[in-house]
Write a protein that binds this ligand. Structure first.
Ligand code: HEM
Length: 147
């Protein structure tokens, strides 16, 4: 599964960076992505499920011991809405500041991305759309991973 998520990350990034090939449909515009994620209600739903998967995930749950989960859930939903072109403006800290000193490594970053993909899959979001959201998070790697 980890490999699948990684492959999805790479493919999504490549398709964004390299542009669409002749037989590949062009990536949806940002506002379309927001629609495909189910707008605010759909995003709120899979973000809630995402956090429950994260908090049960032995690989990373320890990182969230002192976290304010309600606040985090609200900020994540807002961030996903914003990134997907929805009518929201992310109001939390920048990713570097939010994750400073948390000693997050690559395996933990991939675990979190995998949990998000599972939550979206469970919510019935199309793989193309979930890959697009994951691809928007991929560039945050360097601000989040410090170990
Ligand atoms: C692209 C990947 C990630 C995104 C988009 C993301 C997003 C966020 C956001 C929006 C916040 C809240 C910012 C704020 O407090 O103002 C946050 C905080 C946090 N994140 Fe991440 N995160 C990512 C990766 C990770 C990973 C891999 C871990 C650990 C395995 C992690 C652990 C935390 C913790 C512990 C907090 C602080 C929560 C609190 O203090 O209440 N994050 N993250």
């Amino acid at each position: 599964m980890k490999r699948l998520v990684y492959a999805a990350l790479v493919c999504a990034s490549l398709s964004l960076a390299g542009g669409a090939r002749a037989q590949t449909p062009p990536p949806a515009r940002s506002a379309e992505l927001y629609e495909q994620l189910g707008q605010k209600e759909g995003i709120r739903h899979f973000t809630h499920r995402f956090l429950s998967i994260v908090l049960a995930d032995e690989r990373i749950k320890g990182k969230f011991e002192d976290a304010n989960i309600d606040r985090l859930e609200g900020l994540l939903a807002e961030q996903f809405c914003d990134l997907s072109g929805g009518p929201c403006q992310y109001s939390g800290r920048d990713m570097g500041t939010a994750h400073r000193g948390k000693d997050i490594n690559t395996a933990q970053f991939n675990a979190l991305a995998e949990d998000l993909q599972i939550a979206m899959e469970e919510a019935g979001i199309r793989t193309a759309a979930s890959n697009q959201l994951i691809a928007k998070l991929a560039p945050m790697y360097h601000q989040v991973v410090t170990k």
